[in-house]
Design a protein around this ligand. Structure first.
Ligand SMILES: [Zn+2]
Length: 303
C-alpha cells in the first residue's frame, strides 16, 4: 500500500525543533521522511502559508525532489500580511515566484494554496480581509491553472459563494484539506466538484465521523496535516480500527529528543496508515480500497 500525504507543514516550529518558542533539537526532516517511507508513504506535499514560507518549502522540495512537492499561496491566517505592503507588492511577488517555478521542467509546484476562509481564528485577519485575499488569490489561481489546495473552517457558506463562480475557470478543481465540518457541508463541496481530505482532526466527534463515512471514494484523499492533527489512538471510538496498525517507532518527549526517534504528540507522515485505517473502519470498506482510491485521487490531481 502506498500513501501520498497531501498536507504537511514543514515550516511549522516543531519540524525545526522549536516548541513554545524555544529550540529543543536540531531540525530532523530527513529522518521524518525516512520514517514516512518505511511506513509506505512515498509522497508528501508541503503546504505553504506565506511567501516567506514558500521559499523555505522550496529549499526542502529541492533537497528531496523524489518525495516532495509543494503548494503556493497565502493561508487565511496570514491574509492581512498581504495588505501590509503597498501597491499589491505581495501578490505581485507571489505571482512572479509561481511563474518562475512553473517554468521549470519538473516543477516543484503541485497546487495553488493554501487559500480559503477560517472564521474560527479572526484575530489575525477579519472576515473581510480573508474574503478579499481569497478572491484575489483565486484570480491568481486562474492565471496559474493549478489545482487548488483549500482551507475551510466555520465558513462553508461564504466559502462556497466566493469560490463557485471561479470554478468554471479552474478545470483542475481542488482539494478541501483537513476537513472537519458536517456531512451536509462536505456534500455541498463535493457537488461543486471539489475533493475532500481528512486527518485525525476529522475523527473527533460523532458528527465528523458520520461525515467521513459519507465521503465518496472517488473524492477522498488522505493526509496527516503534520505536525498537528494526530489520530488519537486512545479515543475509544477510534482505537478498535487501529488494532491491525503496524507499531510506530519509538518516541520521546521533545525535551529528550534523540535523532531517529519520533517526538511525542508531533504528528508525522508515518501515521498515514492510521488515517487510512480509521477512514476504512468508519466507511466499512477494506483498507486496500480506501488507500488505493486516495492514492489514485491524489496522483490524478497533484501528480
Ligand atoms: Zn489548513
Amino acid at each position: 500500500m502506498k500513501f501520498f500525504d497531501v498536507a504537511v507543514t514543514f515550516t511549522a516550529d516543531q519540524f525545526q525543533g522549536i516548541y513554545r518558542g524555544k529550540q529543543y533539537h536540531e531540525p530532523d526532516f530527513a529522518e521524518v521522511l525516512k520514517r514516512a517511507r518505511e511506513y509506505g508513504c512515498e509522497k508528501v506535499m508541503l503546504t505553504t502559508m506565506t511567501l516567506e514560507g514558500a521559499k523555505r518549502n522550496l529549499q526542502t522540495v529541492r533537497e528531496f525532489p523524489a518525495m516532495c512537492k509543494m503548494t503556493l499561496g497565502v493561508h487565511p491566517y496570514h491574509a492581512a500580511e498581504i495588505y501590509e505592503q503597498p501597491d499589491s507588492q505581495y501578490l505581485t511577488e507571489l505571482r512572479a515566484l509561481g511563474e518562475s517555478l512553473l517554468a521549470e521542467e519538473s516543477s516543484p509546484l503541485a497546487a495553488f494554496g493554501e487559500i480559503g476562509l477560517d472564521y474560527e481564528y479572526l484575530e489575525r485577519a477579519d472576515k473581510e480581509t480573508q474574503q478579499r485575499a481569497f478572491r484575489e488569490q483565486l484570480e491568481l489561481a486562474v492565471h496559474f491553472q493549478l489545482p487548488l489546495f483549500l482551507h475551510v473552517r466555520e465558513s462553508a457558506e461564504d466559502f462556497i459563494s466566493i469560490i463557485k463562480p471561479f470554478l468554471l475557470r479552474l478545470p483542475r478543481g481542488g482539494l478541501v484539506h483537513s476537513f472537519a465540518g458536517t456531512t451536509e457541508e462536505m456534500l455541498q463541496l463535493v457537488e461543486l466538484g471539489l475533493e475532500i481530505s481528512v486527518n485525525g482532526i476529522s475523527f473527533r466527534t460523532d458528527e465528523q465521523r458520520d461525515m467521513v463515512k459519507h465521503i465518496p471514494l472517488d473524492k477522498l484523499q488522505l493526509e496527516t496535516d503534520a505536525p498537528w492533527c494526530e489520530v488519537l489512538g486512545n479515543d475509544p471510538k477510534i482505537a478498535p480500527y487501529l488494532e491491525s496498525a503496524k507499531p510506530l517507532p519509538a518516541s520521546r518527549k521533545h525535551s529528550k529528543f534523540m535523532l531517529g526517534q519520533m517526538v511525542k504528540t508531533r504528528n508525522e507522515s508515518c501515521n498515514m496508515e492510521r488515517v487510512g485505517l480509521v477512514v476504512a473502519g468508519l466507511k466499512g470498506v477494506s483498507m486496500e480500497e480506501v488507500v488505493e482510491a486516495a492514492w489514485m485521487n491524489s496522483n490524478r490531481m497533484f501528480g
